[in-house]
Design a protein around this ligand. Structure first.
Ligand code: PBG
Length: 308
């Protein structure tokens, strides 16, 4: 294998994830040389602006994808949940390694769970998906936006700006910060984001030498689950900043997919589960089922709110 260049954002989490993937590649290809190229993305430059108002999460991957297309880098490691539904022509996801804990968790200053947080407590999250699901079970809490990388959010909670925050278990676990978790939220209370806990290793579609190597760190079960979740996401046309959740598991030789579309105030939650063999078909059928329940109208109202 030729020496490779991997592109990554420069946040601690991104670097940790990249190093993890590089180590997996070195296990299956001893002696492999990989140079790490740090890339500053638009999402990193505007961390003080509410993300949903500036065009969503594609912001974290665009510059990196351009570097791939320009052949300045050979591959890139992304958090799967930061990947938009559609990818640029010429690029593919070459591997989906084994998934970390997909759940969201509550971190609270006093060690409370979601059910026993005192009324009026302020919960920090900028995700409409998390906001809607918190308010659905605890309409007496206040949700306020919080931005910044994991460390910044943690310190904002610890210094009293928030009574609690919601973060993905996967990020905390990769940073070895699991001890900060007050409660892992069950999927019944907090359905995760599409792709949460999984990584995407992206490369050029014609790089056959690299694709053959990446195939060796692909995790079939994770990949099947994530394809079903992403098929569901794509049916809503790139709605990664929308109050939308999707989570799939492999059960025997089938995939069971649960999807959710919510009103940001949590007063309306549409949810459905389907099981089947074909991931793409499953995602599309689940989206149709939620659209039949009124998801289209609900999301249209949210989209207007985001633009205005
Ligand atoms: N929203 C940003 C983001 N993108 C990926 C992760 C880490 C978790 C993962 O890989 O799914 C996080 C932090 C978080 O949501 O708590």
């Amino acid at each position: 294998m030729r020496p490779l260049v991997v592109g990554t954002r420069q946040s601690e989490l991104a670097l940790t994830q990249t190093e993890w993937v590089v180590n997996r590649l070195k296990e299956v290809c001893p002696g492999l040389e990989v140079r790490v190229e740090k890339i500053v993305t638009k999402g990193d430059r505007i961390l003080n602006v509410t993300l949903s108002k500036v065009g969503g999460k594609g912001l974290f991957v665009k510059e990196i994808e351009q570097a791939l297309l320009d052949k300045r880098i050979d591959f890139a490691v992304h958090s799967m949940k930061d990947m938009p539904g559609e990818m640029p022509k010429g690029l593919v996801i070459g591997a989906i390694p084994v998934r970390e804990n997909p759940l969201d968790c509550l971190l609270s200053r006093e060690g409370h769970t979601l059910n026993d947080l005192p009324a009026g407590s302020v919960v920090g999250t900028s995700s409409l998906r998390r906001q809607a699901q918190i308010l659905a079970c605890r309409p007496d809490l206040k949700v306020e936006p919080v931005r910044g990388n994991l460390g910044t959010r943690l310190s904002k909670m610890k210094n009293g700006q928030f009574d609690a925050i919601i973060l993905a278990a996967a990020g905390l676990s990769r940073m070895s910060w699991q001890d900060e978790i007050s409660q892992e939220l069950p999927v019944e209370q907090m359905l995760p984001a599409v792709g949460q806990g999984a990584l995407a290793v992206e490369c050029r579609e014609d790089d056959e030498e690299l694709l053959a190597l990446l195939q060796k760190i692909n995790h079939e079960e994770t990949a099947r689950a994530v394809w079903a979740e992403r098929a569901f996401l794509r049916s809503f046309h790139g709605g990664c900043h929308l109050p939308l959740a999707g989570y799939a598991e492999v059960i025997g030789d089938e995939v069971r997919l649960t999807g959710l579309v919510a009103q940001p105030d949590g007063k309306k939650i549409l949810r459905a589960t389907l099981q089947g063999q074909d991931e793409w078909d499953l995602g599309e059928r689940l989206a149709k089922e939620l659209i039949d329940q009124g998801a289209g109208e609900l999301l249209a109202t949210v989209r207007e709110g985001l633009v205005g």
